[in-house]
Design a protein around this ligand. Structure first.
Ligand SMILES: [Zn+2]
Length: 228
């Protein structure tokens, strides 16, 4: 580890939440403003930061009842979902202890618990896909290739379902970005022909952002090199 643990810890603070399931007030770690440096946007449109990756902290977990969710949907639970969660909570639950600074394995562990609750809540497919893709990204960080592939496959299938059943923007993605991501996931799961077909739908569009245009160019090049 190049950065000292204490230095990384000093970039975090305790953010307060109220659990929608058990009403307990609790705190989770989040990153202080201005304490990360943006490096680049990778091929999967994931922002790379130093010395802490913000997306390791996108899961909120209640230390009272164990309910966990991605930050985007933590406070958006319906009464029906809360009822389902309560019926599925473990009465003998003991809060999991995590270090302040999360490593890849711990971050994945938290996303997997959020995915479990997304199933219990009968969440939209896009929420499950978002979580699965995060697990795939972080599995890549820690070189767990099998898990990376497994969760990219889930993300690909669930986002494809979402494209049929849900309205754009989906998980914050407008149409161009969403289709790009489908092409990226097709590529990551070995469906090269599907990736080419999908990326060709947006390649010539006029309303692409500068960043997306650049990423499409890089991606098309990678797909071409794949043929050699
Ligand atoms: Zn709770």
């Amino acid at each position: 580890m190049s950065e000292k643990y204490e230095d990384l810890e000093s970039r975090l603070y305790d953010k307060s939440y109220i659990c929608p399931v058990c009403d307990k007030k609790f705190k989770n770690k989040d990153i202080k403003k201005g304490k990360t440096i943006f490096i680049e946007m990778d091929l999967g449109l994931r922002g790379k930061f130093k010395p802490i990756m913000p997306d390791y902290y996108y899961v909120v977990m209640c230390d009272g009842c164990g309910y966990a969710s991605i930050t985007k949907t933590f406070n958006k639970t319906t009464n029906k979902q809360i009822k389902n969660i309560k019926e599925n909570l473990n009465p003998n639950y003991r809060p999991k202890k995590y270090k302040s600074v999360l490593d890849g394995k711990e971050a994945i562990d938290r996303y997997k618990i959020a995915l479990y609750f997304a199933h219990i809540k009968d969440s939209q497919q896009s929420e499950k896909a978002y979580i699965a893709q995060k697990i795939a990204f972080i599995s890549g960080d820690i070189n767990n290739k099998n898990q990376e592939l497994e969760f990219n496959k889930h993300a690909y299938n669930w986002y494809n379902d979402a494209y049929i059943d849900e309205r754009l923007p989906i998980m914050g993605m407008e149409e161009n970005q969403f289709i790009y991501n489908l092409a990226y996931l097709a590529y990551k799961t070995g469906n090269i022909d599907e990736a080419k077909k999908t990326i060709s739908k947006i390649m010539v569009k006029q309303d692409l952002s500068a960043t997306l245009k650049e990423k499409i160019e890089d991606f098309v090049q990678i797909l071409k090199n794949n043929d050699k």
